[in-house]
Design a protein around this ligand. Structure first.
Ligand SMILES: [Zn+2]
Length: 382
């Protein structure tokens, strides 16, 4: 009943509407129109104002034919990464690609088109279904910001599906929480040829800190990285300032707290140990550290109702699916925290965030079939 050709055409259309983060308006307006044609009620929340974007999250409510059962929730993000403007998608042998100069944007418009196709299919076949609540989110790619500012009071669904991962052969139940650290190490500048002893090198402090820091894979569910370093002013000046961007992730909040604390301590200790006496004045180094928990942990139980529904739907369709733990966050991290229990189903997209990104149409269709079957089961069991 899912029409692969129609959903592929829909995806080609919306991929050609540019929608970098904070500029999702054009694609949102098109989706709003399509949803209204199906008889859905649409509105935008104020997430756009909060993130400085040109539109908020598009919230869609498709009235159900079964009124006495809980609504079902679906979500995909509308924004894309760069280079993602002027995308020219084409299909060959069941694979959709860009022309190689941009990303494809199937992340996450394949999820958007799956939702549209599922709603159209429910509608045109008069399939009994509950109210469907959809969030087409903004700014996922810049820190899950649309989902972060989603207002949970807009929704009544107990659970649902986020469509934003690679293959529908995997159902993501767990995603880590993450901290980012902005660190400024202040040393003391001095001429490196004339009077190096009058300076404290911020770069040496950083090296000292890193040499004592646990980084990379910390354990099976925790990772840490120093991703960016900027500093120094000239080749002959002892560097007085070094700026560092670092992150840590874990599937366990306690472990993340501990890792972030450890990294913080390494920076502070290394800075504290350096000082010098200059003309009777004591000069010291210092580290300024800002830490932000960018998103909370996602940990849906294999026994959760929504997990069991998706597994049963897949089995009804003779489709193999494995429960999966991901290393990155997604909108579902925030949506679970807000009380809608969500799993993340793959859509058939690969090599995301590169110009080699591609979509397997067979998996794309199967993902839509799983969503449709899950909604039918939810409907039957309630
Ligand atoms: Zn995505």
């Amino acid at each position: 009943m899912i029409q692969e050709e129609r959903m592929t055409r829909h995806l080609m259309d919306i991929i050609q509407i540019d929608s970098p983060s904070r500029k999702e308006k054009d694609v949102a307006l098109k989706l709003e129109e399509e949803m209204k044609d199906l008889g859905a009620h649409c509105f935008y929340d104020n997430a756009g104002d909060k993130v400085g974007g040109n539109i908020g999250n598009l919230i869609v409510k498709l009235p159900g034919t079964k009124k006495d059962i809980p609504p079902f929730f679906l979500c995909s993000h509308m924004d894309t990464v760069s280079p993602g403007e002027g995308i020219k998608p084409s299909v060959e042998d069941g694979v959709m690609r860009s022309d190689g100069t941009t990303i494809l944007g199937s992340d996450d418009k394949s999820g958007v088109s799956i939702i549209v196709e599922v709603l159209r299919t429910l509608k045109e076949n008069n399939t009994p279904h509950p109210d469907i609540e959809v969030a087409f989110t903004i700014c996922e790619e810049i820190g899950l910001l649309g989902a972060k500012f989603l207002d949970p009071s807009s929704f009544k669904s107990p659970y649902g599906i986020v469509l934003d991962s690679s293959t529908p052969e995997r159902l993501v139940l767990r995603c880590p929480c993450s901290d980012i650290m902005d660190v400024k190490i202040h040393g003391v500048e001095a001429h490196s040829g004339l009077c190096p002893e009058n300076g404290i090198s911020a770069l040496e402090i950083l090296s000292d800190a890193i040499s004592k820091m646990k980084l990379g894979r910390i354990d099976h569910e925790t990772t840490a990285n120093i991703g960016k370093v900027k500093g120094g002013s000239a080749i002959n000046i002892v560097p007085g300032l070094v700026e560092v961007k670092a992150e840590a992730r874990s599937h366990d909040e306690g472990k993340l707290d501990a890792q972030t604390q450890h990294m913080r301590d390494c920076f502070l200790e290394a800075a504290k140990s350096r000082e010098l006496l200059l003309d009777g004045e004591r000069l010291g180094a210092r580290a300024e550290i800002e830490i932000e928990r960018v998103y909370p942990v996602m940990n849906v139980s294999p026994q959760a109702t929504v997990t069991k529904l998706v597994l049963e739907a897949s089995s009804n369709l003779d489709h193999d699916i494995q429960l999966h733990t991901s290393g990155g966050g997604c909108d579902a991290n925030f949506i679970n925290e807000k009380g809608i229990e969500c799993v993340n189903l793959g859509t058939g997209m690969y090599e995301l965030h590169t110009v080699n990104e591609y979509l397997l149409l067979d998996e794309f269709r199967r993902s839509a079939e799983i969503v449709l079957e899950t909604i039918k089961l939810h409907s039957e069991k309630n």
